[in-house]
Design a protein around this ligand. Structure first.
Ligand SMILES: C=CC1=C(C)c2cc3[nH]c(cc4nc(cc5[nH]c(cc1n2)c(C)c5CCC(=O)O)C(CCC(=O)O)=C4C)c(C)c3C=C
Ligand code: FE2
Length: 494
């Protein structure tokens, strides 16, 4: 795969903390085009049932029983609805399409792989954390407090950095994510070629190098005419795929080239047969290592999100996760593997409620109940990273053994498993025909989707809080004010 130096990129407007200066590498290429715009209509296929979702520009999702999904496409509206038997991709974009006309030029297909990114050295940890916490899809402040996003990110990243550094130090001093994602990009390019699709693959990370903005810049320089966007998260969450897609939407809004470029976004792909079978293969293989495989508890551990994402913002993540586990277990059952299984959520940050049950608590309970053999299966991410290598392999393993579990195993992340990469390539090929220009549209703010009472309540309490914290110097001294901000926002996250 070609890797392109892209040091000239202006990331200043994105407000990211670059941490280090100089050029970086972004990789990949293909040919295609589409339009990415303000809102996304999406259907979620749960156990064969189609559950409609409406995703706003911010990635917010709501159940939409009244939503007509395949209504006729109005003038100036491009309804992207790529559905294979196993992939949900439905994206609607409005407004005039300016600029690019793909049939006038030779088609050049691009595939943009979106991922989170991770610090490559211990010095990168704090600026990486700053970028993460500065993301309004990670720390969701009420509109009134958005001006605090960056100061809070600075504060939280500074407090969190020592703990994170310890974790990264224990896995060799940095995240393996970039290397693995580049390998996946290479493997995908080869797999696509074997399916007769010449494509350039680009890697765009949300919080570290190569940033999504760099990949986007390269796509434009390479004059890609059709683009497939593939987040490397099997399940959709506002905090992961949603956040990265929002970055794209913001770019598309401002850039006529991208506004006219046909784009197809594969929002989630956990339900693809190839993915489900690849996961089942890995599980079967690791089960066979145990002396009595049939007695092993299959323990799916997914990265958590704060409960409010699912309850208030309509994040489909938990539903998709549960559906994903059911599909993998069905596949195993069809092969005669009838083990017990359970799902829990890991990696919570701070004392706010996250999706339950929590991995650490369930491990202790299982030990107390007399479970002796356990196979941990990381399920929300397809690369090894700090939460598999440190949290599962070290912390949870130790906790499980202390709790009475005697035989421990862990399924590796999919990485470059050939059946999995081949399935991703199929997903790209299937998505291509639906790529369409994603013209600009007024992007709805997250808050505008909120019902009026919720919004007014937030405004009221936000104003009261703002008064006490910021506008009342005589009531609260400067030091106390800082302390209150700290206890309200920072402590829960560190
Ligand atoms: C599906 C995967 C992930 C979800 C959902 C997710 C949500 C989420 N994460 C944080 C906070 C942190 N995440 C960190 C690193 C990190 N997170 C994921 C995946 C998901 N996060 C990955 C792949 C990584 C990178 C790992 C690497 O190897 O570099 C970190 C930094 C590490 C640490 O200090 O623990 C933080 C912090 C929140 C708050 C959140 C949902 C709102
Ligand atoms: Fe995370």
């Amino acid at each position: 795969m070609e890797c392109v130096r892209s040091g000239a990129l202006d990331l200043g407007r994105s407000g990211k903390f670059l941490g280090k200066s100089g050029s970086t590498t972004s990789c990949g290429k293909v040919r295609c085009s589409t339009n990415l715009a303000g809102s996304t209509k999406c259907e979620q296929n749960l156990h064969g049932k189609v559950k409609p979702l409406l995703l706003s520009a911010s990635g917010k999702a709501r159940g939409t029983s009244g939503l007509v999904h395949r209504s006729p496409v109005p003038k100036h509206q491009h309804h992207l609805s790529v559905r294979s038997t196993s992939t949900d991709v439905c994206t609607t974009f409005d407004e005039d399409v300016k600029g690019v006309s793909s049939h006038a030029v030779e088609e050049k297909v691009g595939v943009l792989l979106l991922n989170l990114g991770g610090p490559e050295t211990l010095n990168d940890v704090q600026p990486f954390l700053f970028n993460l916490f500065a993301d309004p899809d990670i720390i969701r402040l009420p509109r009134l407090f958005r001006f605090l996003q960056r100061p809070l990110a600075k504060l939280i990243s500074t407090f969190r950095a020592p703990k994170s550094k310890e974790g990264y130090a224990s896995i060799g001093g940095g995240s393996p994510l970039r290397k693995i994602t580049d390998e996946q990009a290479n493997a995908l390019k080869v797999a696509l070629k074997s399916k007769n699709l010449e494509a350039d693959i680009y890697v765009g990370m949300r919080y570290w190098y190569p940033f999504t903005e760099e990949a986007i810049d390269q796509i434009k320089k390479d004059k890609i005419t059709k683009l497939v966007v593939l987040p490397l998260y099997p399940q959709y969450s506002i905090s992961t795929s949603g956040s990265s897609i929002r970055v794209l939407q913001n770019i598309v809004k401002e850039d006529p080239y991208f506004a006219g470029l046909p784009i197809s976004i594969i929002e989630s792909w956990y339900q693809r047969e190839g993915y489900v079978k690849s996961m089942a293969d890995l599980i079967e293989k690791e089960l066979s290592v145990f002396t009595n495989p049939e007695e092993v508890m299959i323990f799916f551990s997914a990265h958590g999100v704060p409960l409010t994402y699912v309850k208030d913002a309509g994040d489909p993540y938990r539903d998709q996760m549960e559906d994903c586990i059911a599909l993998i277990m069905e596949e195993l059952k069809s092969r005669g593997t009838l083990n017990d299984h359970t799902l829990a959520y890991q990696s919570r940050v701070g004392p706010v409620q996250w999706l339950k049950p929590y991995t650490d608590e369930v491990l202790v309970e299982l030990g107390q109940k007399g479970v002796k053999s356990l196979l941990a299966v990381p399920v929300s991410f397809v690369s090894e990273h700090i939460e598999t290598l440190e949290e599962i392999d070290m912390e949870y393993r130790e906790l499980a053994l202390e709790s009475g579990i005697e035989n421990w195993g862990r399924v590796p992340a999919l990485g470059c498993t050939s059946s999995f990469i081949s399935d991703l390539a199929d997903a790209v090929v299937e998505a291509l025909p639906s790529a369409s220009a994603m013209a600009t549209r007024k992007v709805k703010d997250t808050d505008s989707d909120m019902d009026m009472m919720h919004y007014l309540t937030k405004m009221f309490f936000g104003s009261v809080l703002a008064f006490f914290l910021l506008l009342s110097p005589r009531i609260i001294s400067g030091r106390e004010r800082k302390a209150r901000v700290f206890f309200t926002y920072v402590l829960p996250i560190t």
